[in-house]
Design a protein around this ligand. Structure first.
Ligand code: 5RP
Length: 222
């Protein structure tokens, strides 16, 4: 029977519990799938030594279920980062940042040995770009960054009413068909005033867990 997106997110969140290391810290992302992951941790009574968190909201959630949240500055690189995505392609490259947490997500992903991406099947794509690409920008650079993004073929739109946990703004770039994600990631990161682009190509996922009506499937990067 066809499952709702909410049910699919619950399924994949429950499966992700298997990736929590027995010892050491875990990196936790942001978004509605991650909310379900934290709920599953609480429901199963799973003990976690500590966590690093990609957003103020995730920090609140983790603390509310008794997980100690650490400052990444006080942590060494760690085993597993678990997070959702807005789009994932066959090369394990992702668009992230629908929840405006892309910068902290990228930092935590860069510290992890294994990135476990948890999605429902609707997030799997052949070509990235249908989901508008989030770009976090320093507010005084917004218009100049937008000009440069237009030169790259995109149509940037300011995400109204959104200030990130870092005090910055988000431009959502519509109309891109991303055939070379690594190169585009480099180009956008090179624009003065860009804090982070939500393309996770250089540091993509290592494991993709995706929920389907028939259960959760797993793909491992070769
Ligand atoms: C937040 C993110 C999320 O992982 C992404 O938006 C997916 O969210 P959801 O689990 O709600 O579908 O990148 O910045």
């Amino acid at each position: 029977m066809a499952k709702s997106q909410d049910e699919l997110k619950e399924m994949v969140a429950a499966k992700a519990l298997e990736f929590i290391p027995a010892k050491g810290i875990v990196g936790v992302g942001s978004g509605s799938t991650v909310v379900k992951f934290t709920q599953a941790i609480a429901a199963q009574g799973i003990k976690i030594e500590g966590a690093v968190s990609s957003s103020n909201k995730t920090t609140e959630l983790l603390e509310s279920i008794g997980v100690k949240v650490l400052d990444p500055n006080s942590c060494e690189p760690y085993e597993v980062y678990i997070d959702g995505a807005d789009e994932v392609n066959d090369d394990f490259e992702m668009i992230k940042g629908g929840g405006a947490c892309l910068t902290r997500e990228k930092i935590l992903a860069s510290m992890a040995k294994t990135f476990v991406c948890i999605v429902d099947k609707s997030k799997l794509v052949t070509t990235l770009g249908k989901f508008p690409l989030p770009v976090e920008v320093i507010p005084m650079a917004r218009e100049q960054v937008a000009r440069r993004l237009r030169e790259l073929g995109g149509n940037p739109v300011l995400r109204e009413g959104c200030i990130t946990d870092n005090g910055c703004e988000i431009l959502d770039v519509h109309g891109l068909t991303i055939t070379d994600a690594k190169s585009l990631e480099d180009k956008i990161n090179g624009i003065p005033g860009v804090v982070t682009v939500g393309l996770f190509a250089h540091r993509g996922a290592d494991v993709v867990l995706y929920a389907t009506d028939d259960g959760v499937q797993q793909k491992n990067k070769a």
